[in-house]
Design a protein around this ligand. Structure first.
Ligand code: M6R
Length: 612
């Protein structure tokens, strides 16, 4: 949530900051701003609204200088106004700061500062940091920031500049990511490596309690005691084009269509015919330790939690290992009894979700081996887990998660195969699964061919106020995911349920204006789902069925009963979530488009939820 970009070097900072902010706008987009320094003059420009509004403002009032910081905001304290936009200033405009995170003790700090005569100009928690730095600043900005950090309770990723020392940019991190980009005679600071694309691929990730000091010709990393620490410079392997929309109108649509290739990338080098199994480099657990695992706890939020639910079915069916799926926000505060041989697996696209990170840390503290499935390389969760698997989905920019979900499910299926092969799965079964998984990207490619039909269905139902998504077994989590996609980008109220559960309450919602999306399994419960479908039809509810192709009898029954039917390729039941989710993503996309919603930046949301 919120994005930070800083620059110090030989070039004008403003265009570099604006370009970086554009790349981070998906992190938060209710206001934006920047501060640059030309000599000892600080230029502050900030504006409620999107980056485009800031750019218009900069056209009238450019900000000169080769040093600057910038921010795109997702409001936590105070509404999205010009005043509350970052940067925040203190010391008569001599200090400017941008901040991600939440300062939990800001009320106390504010009261103390006000008692000292400080007058506040904003409603934000961030402004207290600016005034505290001003109070501590003698002649060394780095030292002033270092003295202020221990006074702050909560989380921060921050960047500070001062006209009193216009050759240095200071950053600090606790619980909110920051990365230094290393260039030739220039350095950048960002909350997300995507902002650095096109400038440098050499980066250093800050750890919690570290500060960075950037100059045009050098950089240092300091620990809490102000001691220089060595840092590993890493290379980012994403190309700038990966983070562009290409020919697509929206990132979400691009990412939906990238799914077949993303799945290929997730499986590349991991399917091992010789063992009839899958291989992973980074689990950091040997076969003996894995065999001893008696239980897994999967912890995640949002879409990643839905992928975890699919994973529960996969692990229990294929690996015969019990799994519990926990919302990270609940799990972190629960004191659930867990025996030693329970492995905790955090599932997260961003690797920065505050609740998932806290759940992971709590599990580590209790002595559990922790694993993570992450998409963002070098993210905090990826670094803190004892081991893990990268999703290799490429950058996901659309706030609505699509390809990350598919790759999470795919990696969970490979893990289930791997664990299954250590137990009861035969090599014949393993080889069959490898073949089925290799065929998956093409099946998803074909599933995406339903685009025009989905658009037609979306046009028919674009004005409804409620929708139900119903599925059983492997398709129950997909029903939840379809409903989440719809509500988050089209603002239509939608609920996902196990199909049989709707008789226990939700069926009361059914009328001619409440369509139900039925996800039909190919497996054993198909007749049961058809009965559930009849129950909806009997009450006048329109039905959209999504069903596997190739079964004439099923097709005939559905044509008789459902208002619209979309056929997806026939795949084994455990892979059905990956083909069935595609039409649901497209349905949400088209409904949102027809309702004039901002698909990539839905209201009130941000891509990565780094506050509790
Ligand atoms: O980065 P994470 O996977 O940890 O994010 C978890 C959720 O915030 C995320 O999946 C959210 O629900 C998406 N906006 C859903 O599309």
């Amino acid at each position: 949530m919120c994005g930070i970009v800083g620059y110090i070097g030989q070039r004008e900072a403003e265009p570099i900051l604006v370009e970086g902010l554009r790349r981070l706008e998906y992190r938060g987009y209710d206001s934006a701003g920047l501060a640059t320094l030309s000599g000892a003059e600080l230029h502050l420009r900030k504006q409620a609204g999107r980056i485009a509004d800031l750019v218009r403002h900069l056209r009238d009032r450019p900000a000169a200088g080769c040093l600057g910081i910038s921010h795109t905001r997702w409001a936590t304290h105070g509404p999205a106004t010009d005043r509350n936009a970052h940067p925040h200033v203190a010391g008569n405009g001599s200090i400017a700061i941008v901040h991600n995170g939440v300062i939990e003790n800001y009320t106390n700090l504010k009261r103390q500062l006000q008692a000292d005569g400080v007058v506040f100009a904003t409603d934000t928690d961030t402004e207290v940091i600016a005034h505290l730095i001003d109070q501590h600043l003698q002649d060394d900005l780095v030292e002033a920031v270092r003295q202020v950090l221990p006074l702050l309770k909560g989380t921060y990723g921050l960047a500070v500049v001062s006209s009193r020392q216009p050759d240095v940019l200071v950053g600090a991190r606790l619980g909110s990511p920051l990365v230094v980009g290393i260039g030739a005679d220039e350095h950048l600071l960002a909350s997300d490596p995507a902002a650095l694309l096109g400038h440098t691929r050499n980066v250093v990730y800050l750890q919690d309690h570290q500060m960075c000091v950037l100059r045009a010709d050098g950089w240092d990393l300091l620990d809490a005691n102000h001691t220089r620490v060595a840092a590993a410079v890493q290379r980012i392997d994403w190309a700038p084009a990966d983070a562009d929309k290409g020919p697509y109108e929206h990132y979400m649509l691009k990412e939906i269509y990238e799914q077949p290739e993303a799945l290929e990338n997730a499986m590349r080098g991991r399917l091992a015919d010789a063992d009839a199994s899958a291989h992973f480099g980074g689990l950091n657990l040997n076969a003996r330790q894995l065999r001893r695992a008696e239980r897994f706890v999967f912890t995640a939020c949002g879409t990643s939690w839905h992928a975890a639910l699919v994973g529960e079915y996969l692990f229990e069916e294929l690996a015969r290992i019990p799994v519990e799926v926990e919302y990270a926000s609940e799990f972190r505060y629960r004191n659930a009894p867990m025996d030693r041989n329970t492995i905790v697996l955090a599932i997260t696209q961003s690797g920065e979700t505050a609740d998932t990170l806290a759940a992971l840390r709590e599990s580590k503290r209790k002595g559990h081996h922790t694993l993570a499935l992450c998409n963002v390389v070098g993210s905090t969760i990826a670094r803190e887990a004892d081991g893990g698997v990268y999703l290799h989905a490429g950058p996901e920019i659309g706030v609505a998660s699509t390809k990350a979900f598919s790759n999470q499910v795919c990696v969970l299926a490979m893990l289930a195969l791997y664990l299954g092969r250590m137990g009861h799965l035969s090599s014949i079964q393993g080889l069959r699964m490898l073949k089925e998984m290799r065929a998956l990207p093409n099946a998803v490619r074909r599933a995406l061919g339903c685009h025009d039909d989905v658009r037609r269905i979306a046009a028919k139902y674009q004005h409804v106020r409620n929708m139900l998504y119903l599925g059983r077994q492997y398709l129950f989590p997909v029903a939840l995911e379809g409903a989440l996609k719809l509500k988050e980008i089209s603002y239509i109220h939608a609920e996902g349920y196990p199909a049989a559960e709707m008789k226990h309450g939700p069926i009361a919602l059914v009328d001619e204006n409440t369509p139900s999306v039925f996800l039909i399994n190919a497996g054993g419960v198909v007749d049961k789902v058809l009965s559930n479908l009849e129950e909806i039809k009997a009450r006048g509810g329109p039905v959209i069925a999504i069903a596997p192709e190739g079964d004439d009898e099923l097709a005939n029954q559905l044509h008789d009963r459902a208002d619209d039917v979309l056929f997806v390729p026939q795949v084994p039941e455990y892979l059905q979530p990956l083909v069935s989710v595609a039409p649901l993503q497209l349905l949400a996309y088209h409904m949102a488009l027809l309702r004039d919603c901002d698909v990539d930046k839905p209201r009130n949301l941000a891509k990565s939820v780094t506050v509790e």
